[in-house]
Design a protein around this ligand. Structure first.
Ligand code: ADQ
Length: 474
């Protein structure tokens, strides 16, 4: 692709497609569906958009190509960089640090150097691809240096950044040896978006204290006269699309079948997560085990289905977690299960969308208990799937989603007894109570879907930088 041509550029760690090599050696690209693609696709189509990202492999340079009317621009990442930039600095330093240090972050100078190098490559690519005065939207914690690197080369651009995970309080962020560089990296953007208002406040406070810039409310004033806004834009899902799927006969049939296969218990509880230590899977399963042990719940009439997608399996903390969960499930089922009645059904793989929708339809209680979570889309997916206004959502106060889903059965996942009480309350709630709560939550998620999220963000971005002539519109 020749330089300077896209008016709207998304820069994300991953491309919205996976590279698959066929048996005959030829290469295909398979769409990897996700919320971000759904939200951004209409904007891309309407604005001659390009998406810059890593293809997931460690191949050398691949030329830009067009897929589903989107220009995709692959950025090469070497095997060593996957280890240092991705598994290392992104997922073993930043990820735990930004999630309340629920695991210990590792600090390694080589990882940082690799993070800088890869961020620079993404920024260089964006600088080549963006048209004059284009809008560039950088996504997430893997690319926090890109805004400033890009601004330096292309001061004409309107640059946005959105962080999908929490932004930590100063007390924790402070630990990072490269804290100032990261803050300055983000300040290259005109608008720094977060999931929750407190994340934005943490950022502004740090900028004031650590970088010394003047701030007022959600604005940062830079010495060169530029202004940066930090504000919350809670992300959401394609509510209409998921509800439509959930309403199909095939999904309804499959939901019935799932309940039958589980032995038609009175209560089906469901957990759906990437297998990640921030998601609170261990505590949740332990709480369920204790409820059985204490006789509050019986395996004759209740079952827990835990579906966990394999994730970051080369990072040590994730291997440890997987072993811990394997052992816990084995112990609970061994101690408390009966023939044909395991306490927990544990599925360690990724499921197709239809199966996810059927699981949501089949579950009486969806249990979402992260110790820290930017938003948590599973909570919103469950709510949207329950078009019958039934079902109960148990939700951690520490998920960003708790800011909007106030009618959930809320809990503190560190408080084992509290968690057990809330799960029981959700299981035992009357239909009228469940309906009242579900109806209110459904209204929230249906009104605030992912398209609204993208629209609000892009509107705010064009307000922060009003001198610009070109408007990006969904
Ligand atoms: P994640 O940490 O990945 O996202 P989440 O928001 O829950 O967490 O999204 C996970 C997605 O994967 C959901 O759409 C879910 O349905 C799907 N999924 C999980 N397990 C699955 C399985 N076994 N099979 C199929 N699908 C499965 C990060 C942040 C979040 C933030 C999102 C979006 O950590 O806090 O909400 O980005 O900004």
């Amino acid at each position: 692709m020749s330089a300077h041509q896209a008016d709207f550029v998304v820069v994300a760690n991953r491309l919205p497609v996976d590279r698959v090599v066929n048996d005959d050696g030829s290469v295909d690209w398979r769409r990897s569906p996700g919320g971000l693609v759904t939200a951004i696709e209409p904007v891309m189509r309407a604005n001659d958009g390009a998406w810059i990202g890593w293809s997931g492999g460690t191949d050398t340079d691949v030329e830009p190509f067009v897929e589903d009317e989107m220009t995709l621009v692959p950025v090469p990442v070497s095997a060593q960089e996957v280890e240092e930039f991705y598994e290392g600095f992104s997922n073993a330093t930043l990820w735990p640090l930004y999630h309340d240090v629920v695991a210990k972050p590792a600090f390694h100078r080589e990882w940082w150097e690799s993070y800088v190098a890869v961020n620079r490559r993404f920024a260089d690519r964006a600088a080549e691809v963006a048209a004059e005065e284009a809008t560039v939207w950088v996504q997430d914690y893997q690319l926090q240096l890109v805004p400033a690197m890009l601004r330096e080369q292309r001061p004409d651009l309107r640059i946005g950044f959105f962080l999908h995970i929490p932004f930590p309080p100063a007390e924790l962020f402070q630990q990072l040896p490269w804290r100032r560089q990261l803050l300055e990296g983000l300040l290259g953007a005109d608008l720094v978006g977060f999931q929750r208002p407190n994340n934005a406040q943490n950022f502004v406070r740090l900028v004031r204290q650590r970088v010394g810039h003047k701030t007022h409310r959600d604005l940062v004033y830079l010495p060169d006269g530029r202004m940066v806004q930090a504000a919350a834009f809670p992300i959401s899902i394609d509510s209409a699309g998921l509800e439509e799927l959930a309403r199909t006969d095939a999904v309804e049939q499959r939901a019935k079948e799932i309940r039958e296969q589980l032995g038609n218990p009175r209560h089906v509880l469901l957990g759906v997560d990437r297998l990640d230590y921030t998601k609170g899977i261990y505590n949740r399963l332990r709480a369920f085990g204790e409820l059985i042990e204490e006789g509050e719940v019986s395996v004759e009439d209740a079952v827990f289905v835990q579906v966990a997608t394999p994730s970051r399996e080369r990072v040590e903390q994730y291997r440890i977690l997987r072993d811990d969960i394997d052992r816990l499930v084995g112990r609970i089922n061994g101690d408390l299960g009966r023939i044909g009645r395991p306490a927990i059904h544990y599925i360690h793989n990724s499921q197709p969308r239809e199966e996810m929708a059927a699981l949501f339809r089949a579950a009486d209680v969806c249990v979402v208990t992260p110790l820290a979570d930017g938003m948590n889309l599973v909570a919103k997916e469950y709510v949207v799937s329950r078009y019958d206004n039934d079902g109960a959502l148990v939700l951690s106060e520490f998920a960003g989603a708790a800011g909007e889903l106030r009618q959930a059965f809320l809990l503190n996942p560190y408080d084992m007894n509290g968690m057990k009480e809330v799960i029981l309350a959700a299981m035992r709630a009357e239909r009228s109570e469940r309906t009242k709560r579900m109806r209110a939550m459904r209204k929230t998620v249906k009104e605030n879907d992912v398209t609204r999220w993208a629209t609000k963000y892009l509107d705010a971005l064009s307000h922060v930088r009003p001198s610009h002539h070109k408007q990006v519109r969904p």
